[in-house]
Ligand binder design. Structure first.
Ligand code: 6R9
Length: 646
């Protein structure tokens, strides 16, 4: 069956920033003279000293070392691009619309107010001794203070490391320790779906093992009771009260770090993905403006949390660099009822709406009525991110949410890429439901076989990017060897994404999902190794193997095979205890969906667990298990099939 094609409507192309001809011209310009192309694009952000050098990149094909530099002699401060330069032209324009978890609470913050709040906090941070290059951990809910804290870090040249508010004290502690943060910014409590999240209490737990932290700034959000440690903990209100509303921005080199964000990989602990200032800001601005076809005065809403990269680039840095009005939502799609997203769209007259497939699939279950109840006539562009969107969910999003009027941009990218790399441009590229379509101008994807040979034409393979783009990550914080090993050693001289993809005869990319041991649960990345190490830390567990399994709403669920220590009885009580244990160790997003007791795991004679087999059993695809001849003990497989759970 031919894929459905949704052509660009002429009225959309006519008004779009980029139509098909313009896109083609951009692709050609970026290919023929990349330096000239990016020299022109770098003007979209504010520089204290404009760069003269554009690109200096080595993917290590022959040198074995990887070095990525963009705009390397430029000087800037990211907060100036997001705030100061807008004051003269749009000081009274709303920068952030905040919508609370509680439908009766909201707030609007203008560019002028945001600038003042950022400066006050930045001044307080300097007074506490925070200097350029210091690492600051941010563990906040979706409140305006999160954006203020990020920009205040940028103001003083500190490197922020945001930890998602749903992570456990242990997960928070290991991230603080890895980058030796000296300041933590948190809140008393968060709110989500009518419940409270004890952020300060979690932070207190974490800080028992974090000697690098000298100060904690606590925003009052719910007013819930918290303990404050004399000398270490400061209320945000109090510490910023006497500070002035201007603050000298720290001059930063384009290649000075802007932030670290921890993300899961196939092995070991989460890695600190490091982004630098100049290239990241150019990429955030370029992609936000062009992919969403952003127009002055529009209300733009990305439903992500600032704890993930999507929140960094497409709630804060991209929209604010472009002088947009960005909506920040504290709540969840299902509370107080499953029409919340559309109620917020109607209330704030949202023009551009960007969410994740898992949310769409969950809302689809409830039918059209909760959507139709609310006025969505303000919507112009819809976006999707985080995982592959199945054509059925795509079409529901298109027809029901967008009334078949609004183009959908299915944006493929990663924490590592800083911003979108593969996506339709709404006025230029015909959409196919389920495909992220074509690379943005200046992006060079390719598909390679397992030996690294580049494959041509319509084909399927491992997705690599063969040349750099300004928003690319520069290193793994504190471990450049791991950076090279993870991303540039599988296929020499190319950036390996960890994803597999198909390319059709029109050159469209269809991302098929991770080809490594990373699972994508409701758009959140989880390393199977992380969940395994949490499980084996439990005293009853001898061994564990974790794989992803298909899940109707979340895309993938977590399926764990657990071998208990000798003499320990496999009970329902213990199963529940292990589920709660993993939640406590990592956080609720790592909750196992199924735990199967496994007296033995399928291993090769050299002792390697054969995950391919475990994935098939979890997916209930036990017909063609493939070659099992290398197994040390083939009988275990039948045992596991017979006792599959779910
Ligand atoms: C931005 C973000 C990255 C992984 C990535 C891929 C999956 C993201 C996608 C998509 C298919 C899309 N992914 N967007 N798969 N279509 N439009 O999600 O970053 O959390 O680092 O996850 O998510 O597997 O490799 P991150």
């Amino acid at each position: 069956m031919a894929d459905e094609i949704i052509a660009v409507k002429p009225e959309i192309a006519a008004k779009a920033r980029i139509d098909a001809a313009r896109r083609e011209a951009m692709v050609a310009a970026a290919a023929s003279d990349p330096d000239a192309f990016w020299r022109a694009e770098m003007g979209r952000i504010a520089w204290m000293k404009a760069p003269t050098k554009i690109k200096d990149v080595d993917f290590g094909a022959t040198s074995g070392n990887v070095s990525i530099k963009w705009f390397e002699d430029g000087v800037l401060n990211a907060s100036v691009s997001c705030l100061d330069r807008h004051l003269a032209t749009r000081g009274d324009q709303v920068a952030i619309v905040w919508e609370g978890d509680d439908p009766n609470s909201d707030a609007k913050v203008t560019y002028r107010e945001l600038h003042a709040r950022v400066c006050k906090l930045a001044n307080a941070m300097r007074r506490l001794g925070v200097k350029k290059g210091d690492r600051v951990c941010i563990y906040l809910p979706m409140i305006v203070e999160a954006a203020v804290a990020m920009l205040a870090c940028a103001r003083v040249g500190a490197v922020h490391s945001i930890v998602f508010g749903g992570f456990s004290p242990d997960s928070l502690a290991s991230r603080i320790q890895d980058s030796e943060c000296t300041l933590l910014i948190t809140a008393d409590e968060g709110r989500r779906g009518g419940r409270r999240v004890p952020l300060k209490a979690n932070a207190d737990d974490a800080l028992l093992t974090c000697p690098s932290i000298r100060h904690v700034i606590v925003a009052k959000n719910t007013g819930g009771a918290v303990e404050m440690m004399e000398g270490r903990d400061h209320w945000w209100e109090a510490i910023t009260a006497g500070e002035g509303t201007t603050c000298e921005p720290e001059p930063m080199n384009a290649e000075d770090p802007l932030f670290i964000l921890y993300t899961s990989g196939s092995t070991g602990k989460p890695k600190g993905v490091l982004h630098t200032t100049g290239g990241y800001m150019v990429w955030a601005s370029f992609t936000h403006e062009n992919v969403f076809d952003y127009r002055d005065g529009e209300i733009y809403w990305c439903t992500a949390d600032v704890g993930w990269v999507t929140g960094h680039t497409y709630i804060v840095y991209g929209p604010l660099a472009n002088g947009a009005t960005t909506l920040m939502f504290e709540g969840v799609p299902s509370w107080p009822d499953n029409g919340r997203f559309w109620q917020v769209c109607a209330k704030h007259k949202v023009n551009i709406f960007y969410t994740a497939p898992t949310a769409i699939r969950a809302l689809m279950r409830d039918g059209e009525a909760p959507v139709k109840k609310h006025d969505r006539s303000s919507l112009r562009i819809l976006g999707s991110v985080g995982e592959p969107i199945n054509p059925e969910a795509w079409l529901w999003y298109y027809r029901v949410v967008g009334d078949s009027r609004c183009p959908i941009v299915d944006t493929w990218w990663q924490t590592e890429t800083g911003g979108i790399l593969i996506s339709p441009l709404p006025g230029a590229v015909a959409q196919k439901p389920g495909s992220a379509t074509l690379p943005l101008p200046g992006v060079k994807p390719a598909l390679v076989d397992n030996e690294g040979h580049i494959l041509d034409g319509a084909t399927e393979g491992n997705l690599v990017i063969t040349d750099s783009w300004p928003g690319q990550m520069r290193t793994v914080y504190g471990d450049h060897a791991r950076f090279i090993q993870t991303y540039f050693s599988t296929f020499k001289g190319m950036y390996f994404t960890g994803d597999g993809a198909r390319r059709d005869a029109d050159g469209y990319y269809w991302i098929t999902g991770r080809v490594d041991d990373v699972i994508n649960v409701a758009g959140h990345r989880m390393g199977t190794a992380e969940v395994e190490s949490a499980l084996v830390a439990h005293p009853a567990v001898a061994e564990a193997a974790v794989v992803g399994m298909p899940h109707e709403i979340k895309g993938q669920g977590i399926y764990a095979y657990v071998t208990l220590k000798a003499g320990i009885e496999a009970t329902e009580v213990l199963r529940k205890e292990l589920v709660a244990w993993v939640r406590k160790e990592i956080g609720p997003i790592a909750t196992p969906d199924a735990i199967q007791w496994a007296p033995g795991l399928p291993k090769t004679r050299s002792g390697k667990i054969m995950r391919r087999i475990l994935r098939k059993i979890a997916a209930n695809e036990t017909e063609g298990l493939g070659d099992t001849s290398t197994l040390a003990d083939p009988a275990v497989v039948q045992e596991l099939i017979d006792n599959r759970v779910g």
